[in-house]
Write a protein that binds this ligand. Structure first.
Ligand code: GLN
Length: 229
């Protein structure tokens, strides 16, 4: 399996993502600069977290219009896997690969801590390594993670089993006290219709090694490798 990571001015999790992918795949991903107009032939593109273009205008809005994103979008339409993490989720949503929008956190504060995450579907190449209903501990670090979409879109996401992860409390309970940013219906990550694009606010690449305090993110990267090889 071959992977690429897109790097923007202001990205800051690209090396964590690189470490996670290298560990899972057994070879290093190709780092692609935002100005590049062509993408190498890869099976997966990861759009990492950070503060692309300083979060000016709106998180992810400028990066979504970068030359390389046009290419990522075109390839995703042909079936290539794309994962956007945190700022990457904001970027691919702004670019129209996923529905909805990430708004300012409901309490207007930057939130940086581990959260409970409930796996809502194992029917995707990203989540096949988890059991539906499994509860994970994965960190979040953002100020614009409040997922919002109109009720019709939300109903469609639910009906098509496209909600990948929800924020949850102990035993997978859905509770406003455990929703770190006010996301509608506790949504933490979603899939596109074709199920080859995943966007999520939490950082699975920062829950890989025991020293991270959780290794619950590891299965996501390993699921991807198994789906492709
Ligand atoms: N860690 C991140 O990717 C942060 C994303 C974005 N800059 C935010 O704060 O919402």
């Amino acid at each position: 399996m071959k992977a690429a990571i897109v790097v923007f001015p202001g990205s800051n999790r690209e090396n964590d993502a690189k470490a996670a992918l290298t560990q899972a795949i057994g070879r290093e991903p190709i780092m692609v600069w935002h100005r590049d107009t062509s993408l190498p032939k890869v099976d997966l593109v990861l759009v990492p977290g950070g503060f692309s273009y300083g979060d000016y205008l709106r998180c992810g809005a400028i990066a979504a219009n970068s030359p390389v994103l046009r290419e990522v979008k075109a390839r995703s339409e042909q079936g290539m896997a794309v994962i956007g993490i945190c700022n990457g989720f904001q970027i691919i949503t702004e670019a129209g690969l996923l529905p909805g929008v990430l708004l300012r956190n409901a309490n207007l504060k930057f939130v940086c801590r581990n959260v409970g995450l409930r796996v809502e579907t194992s029917n995707s190449r990203f989540t096949a390594g988890y059991k539906k209903g499994q509860v994970l501990s994965v960190p979040v670090a953002h100020h614009d993670g409040n997922y919002f979409a109109d009720p019709k879109t939300l109903d469609e996401l639910e009906a098509e089993d496209r909600i990948a992860f929800r924020y949850c409390g102990p035993e997978g309970r859905l509770d406003a006290n455990y929703n770190p940013n006010g996301s509608t219906r506790h949504i933490a990550g979603i899939l596109n219709k074709q199920r080859n694009v995943l966007g999520l606010m939490p950082h699975p690449e920062n829950a890989i090694e025991p020293i991270h305090g959780s290794t619950d993110g590891k299965a996501l990267f390993h699921s991807l490798v198994e789906a492709v090889s």
